[in-house]
Design a protein around this ligand. Structure first.
Ligand code: LLP
Length: 410
């Protein structure tokens, strides 16, 4: 077994000791990995004035946000709650990009009052924004580039039939709206999808913005969104950040030359920063042989990690406690009362009741998409930083589960 691929410790802290100290199931994050990912983007884009706006939705624990802030990034927020979480984590409102999709205007007003940059996602919103603020509040426009890309239909958001952004074909209407309300548009934005491998796709999205930018004289930044693919298993290809950096930076610098002044380039990575930092530790409750399949039932399920069910996502799994055991083929399944296969047809060293299984790439969209389905409690979260394990979210309690319920008497 490759121990680098299947670590038993993070920064010298053993996963088993964390399981003992904090209990199972447990989300564990490697803070060093997150910072390294930020550095790799900064290195790839070192030729341009880059701002990273981490996509909060991927993993929104306040301590993670603080770490990301310490590493020099800002954030992208898609709800007023994410804006407030960011501010709680110490981000200045000017470091927060707010990209809502179809929210009420009162939420947009709240964001303006808090002082964050609003990314306008529809022509009706542009009009309402214009009526209210005219040119007094600078804003960004989210363009739908009509690019179909991404690892799964549900996470492809830049195609022609997607609800996101304003179609590039509607550029004349966008410009007419800017002009009739005298909007002060300081940024253009595109986000095409998630799990995008190909550097050319990022370049294509950026080029569409560069072309559109000619008609916006007040720009301060171009925001190319996120969506970089990470490896989910050994040998799985990942976005070549160096290649994206080279191609997009070159095109960006050429664009700035033509535009007549230097702008900032913004990126909004979510998965790329946090996916590989996350390890989800679960315990094998039962090993159940049937005439066709051997199931390992674990103390978790789609309530804690929904990606395999929602996107057919592959998450690598390994047996922490019996690495040298004889290999068998298993379906790793949850305890939820509907089919919740976390990993199908996996060859693992013999799994025994009580063994800890580790589910990899659990940092992005793992905890942040977790729920209380089946009235189960959400797990604790631990951040390993500078060789120490820190509890960053307590395990939920039964009291947490019922605290907002109003119990009627009949
Ligand atoms: N910017 C915007 C405006 C976004 O909507 C997103 C993600 C990102 C940036 C970051 O994308 P990333 O770098 O993480 O791919 N729950 C799905 C992913 C949904 C992504 C939604 N938007 C998953 O687990 O694969």
């Amino acid at each position: 077994m490759n121990l680098n691929l299947h670590p038993s410790e993070i920064q010298g802290v053993s996963l088993e000791s964390m399981a003992k100290e904090f209990g199972l199931p447990l989300y564990v994050y490697d803070g060093e990995k997150i910072v390294n990912q930020i550095r790799s983007i900064q290195n790839a884009f070192s030729e341009v004035p880059l701002k990273i706006k981490y996509a909060t939705k991927a993993l929104s624990n306040i301590s993670i946000l603080k770490l990301i802030r310490k590493a020099g990034a800002g954030i992208d927020a898609v709800s007023i709650e994410e804006v407030k979480l960011g501010m709680l984590a110490g981000f200045d409102p000017t470091e927060i990009m707010y990209t809502p999709s179809g929210v009420s205007f009162s939420e947009v007003q709240e964001a303006v009052e808090l002082g964050v940059m609003v990314n306008l996602d529809s022509i009706p919103l542009m009009r309402q924004f214009g009526e209210q603020y005219g040119n007094r509040v600078p804003a960004c426009i989210r363009i739908n580039p009509h690019i179909l890309a991404g690892g799964n239909a549900k996470i492809s958001v830049g195609h022609k039939h997607s609800k996101f952004g304003i179609s590039i074909e509607q550029l004349p209407e966008i410009l007419a709206t800017v002009s009739s309300y005298d909007l002060n548009i300081v940024g253009l934005h595109v986000h095409t999808g998630s799990d995008i491998l190909d550097a050319e796709i990022f370049l294509k999205g950026a080029t569409i913005l560069f072309d559109a930018a000619k008609d916006f004289p007040n720009l301060q930044f171009i925001d190319c969104g996120g969506g970089f693919k990470v490896a989910y298993k050994d040998g799985d290809p990942a976005t070549d950040m160096k290649e994206v950096g080279e191609k997009v930076s070159k095109a960006f610098l050429d664009f700035c030359d033509q535009y007549g002044r230097s702008l900032e380039l913004w990126l909004e990575p979510g998965k790329f920063l946090v996916s590989e930092s996350g390890y989800f530790l679960v315990e094998a409750n039962v090993v159940k042989e049937t005439p066709t399949i051997t199931f390992v039932g674990v103390d978790s399920g789609l309530n804690h990690l929904i990606r395999p069910m929602l996107y057919d996502a592959f998450h690598d799994v390994y047996n922490l406690n019996n690495p040298a055991g004889n290999e068998n083929k298993y379906h790793v399944v949850g305890y939820i009362c509907e089919t919740d296969t976390l990993a199908a047809d996996r060859v693992l060293p013999e799994v025994r009741q009580g063994d800890i299984l580790v589910i990899k790439n659990a940092g992005a969209y793992g905890y942040s998409m977790a729920s209380n389905y089946n009235s189960r409690l959400r797990p604790a979260e631990v951040l390993v930083w500078e060789g120490k394990a820190h509890l960053i979210r307590k395990r939920e309690s039964f009291e947490d589960l019922v605290k907002n319920q109003v119990s009627l008497e009949f």
